[in-house]
Design a protein around this ligand. Structure first.
Ligand code: PHE
Length: 443
């Protein structure tokens, strides 16, 4: 089985798929609103520190486990841990649970991009006055179309995942990522010319540490894991499709670098507009969807920009949803011998039910809360702030302490010795220690 395992065809394919998984709504929708609710500049610095000190070592750890075992997260622990790693396999349970929760609420937001895309095409997005935009957004997310688009997203996701590894994932990602990048840079330049640009940049880049509390730090840690698709075995399963020649460290650094760059560019697009058009930086999940139309429709040819943007954002979301599904689908087909088709059907069936609940939590279920959070907020919080960092912590402990050092060095070859030592040091002490500390302080 190992020998027949499909590989990504090219190095560009490797980067485009891992970046395709990492770059998505996490950068363009979640990063700006998380930074907005958590005070801007200070959040950004803590977020970048989490990426550098914890994120990059954990990506390397996932890459090493994936390529060394050529298995899904369960199989990886079973193959690499001494005596089959019974206990370690429970990290796989976390991974699957986390990916199902994320896919459920992520599909809802990806569904919003369908609505905005169609409205851009129909010209109705521009017809709503700025002051009415919030009401229009609430009306849409509280209505049945929001549920319908969630279902459509899951359908599209199934279709791509069934296309198999090379055909489906690689082809979509190769084309999409560069296009999205060019569009984002253009929009950022446009935002820098807005009258509120200086205030927006100041909010995003000038740190005010007096506002930092444990929730800001946990939020930044969660955002780093969410944005890099870490801690659930996503990067692990993708690395299991890498060829033996793929340089892991370089790929990890490129993925983290590009992902962070896209989040920063999204911040540069959104915050000048927030301050120009009088939006509330702490508006939460609706922030980006309220502000973007104002940006587009003040540019010449607004409908074209808007259409192109939502189309690319939709595709970028799909390259992330397919990586979430791949965790469970690879598990069900490799560990349980299920056909890919059945595995996709089972995963999608469960997510369909949970995703519908998330979609309804903006309307009929908006009063149903657990610990003050709606179902949508709860899924996001539990998966991003708890399951992903916890999974990342266990993966670092495993690779740092349990995995043979020889396997680690061999997979990361030709990285210089000093860098390897630094990575192992982080995986042994810094990453798990920092995550544990953040958890303890938060509690
Ligand atoms: N990283 C993705 C994004 O930023 C989300 C994601 C999370 C993808 C977990 C896979 C696994 O949109």
């Amino acid at each position: 089985m190992t020998q027949n395992r499909p590989h990504f065809a090219t190095r560009l394919g490797v980067i485009a798929t891992t970046v395709g998984s990492a770059v998505g709504l996490g950068n363009i929708w979640r990063f700006p609103y998380e930074a907005g609710t958590h005070g801007g500049g200070a959040f950004l610095i803590i977020y970048i520190a989490c990426i550098a000190v914890i994120g990059i070592p954990v990506i390397c750890a996932e890459f090493v486990m994936g390529r060394a075992s050529r298995r899904n997260i369960f199989g990886a622990f079973r193959t690499l841990a001494p005596r089959g790693g019974r206990w370690w396999q429970s990290v796989g349970v976390l991974g699957i649970l986390g990916s199902v929760l994320i896919l459920s609420f992520y599909s809802v937001v990806a569904g919003w991009t369908i609505e905005y895309l169609l409205q851009s095409l129909a010209g109705t997005l521009d017809a709503v006055a700025s002051s009415e935009r919030q009401i229009a957004f609430d009306r849409f997310t509280g209505g049945w179309r929001c549920v319908l688009w969630t279902v459509v997203i899951l359908g599209l996701n199934c279709a791509i995942v069934l296309g198999g590894v090379r055909k489906g994932i690689e082809r979509v990602s190769n084309l999409l990522m560069p296009l999205l990048f060019i569009l984002l840079v253009t929009l950022a330049v446009n935002s820098l010319l807005l009258p509120g640009a200086a205030s927006g940049l100041e909010f995003l880049f000038r740190p005010d540490f007096s506002t930092v509390d444990s929730s800001v730090i946990l939020g930044a840690l969660g955002q780093a894991f969410f944005s890099l698709s870490l801690g659930l075995g996503t990067m692990m399963i993708y690395a299991s499709y890498f060829s033996p020649a793929t340089p892991l460290l370089k790929s990890a650094a490129t993925t983290a670098g590009l992902d962070t760059l896209v989040a920063l560019i999204a911040g540069v697009i959104i915050f000048p507009a927030v301050f120009t058009f009088g939006a509330e930086p702490a508006a939460g999940p609706k922030l980006v969807f309220e502000v973007l139309p104002d940006i587009f429709y003040r540019m010449p040819g607004g409908a074209v920009w808007s259409t192109l943007f939502f189309l690319l954002l939709l595709l970028a979301s799909l390259t992330s949803t397919i990586s979430m599904s791949e965790i469970s689908v690879a598990y069900l087909s490799e560990q349980w011998g299920m056909s890919r088709r059945k595995a996709v059907a089972l995963n999608s069936g469960i997510v369909l039910v949970l995703g519908t609940l998330c979609a309804l939590s903006f309307g009929p279920l908006s009063d149903f809360t657990v610990c003050g959070k709606t179902i949508f907020e709860l899924f996001d919080y539990v998966a991003s702030n708890i399951i992903m960092p916890l999974g990342g912590m266990l993966i670092s402990v495993f690779v740092g302490w349990v995995l043979k050092r020889q396997t680690f060095d061999l997979e990361l070859k030709p990285a210089p010795r000093m860098l390897l030592n630094a990575l192992v040091f982080s995986l042994r002490f810094i990453a798990p220690g920092a995550i544990a500390l953040i958890f303890i302080v938060y509690i």
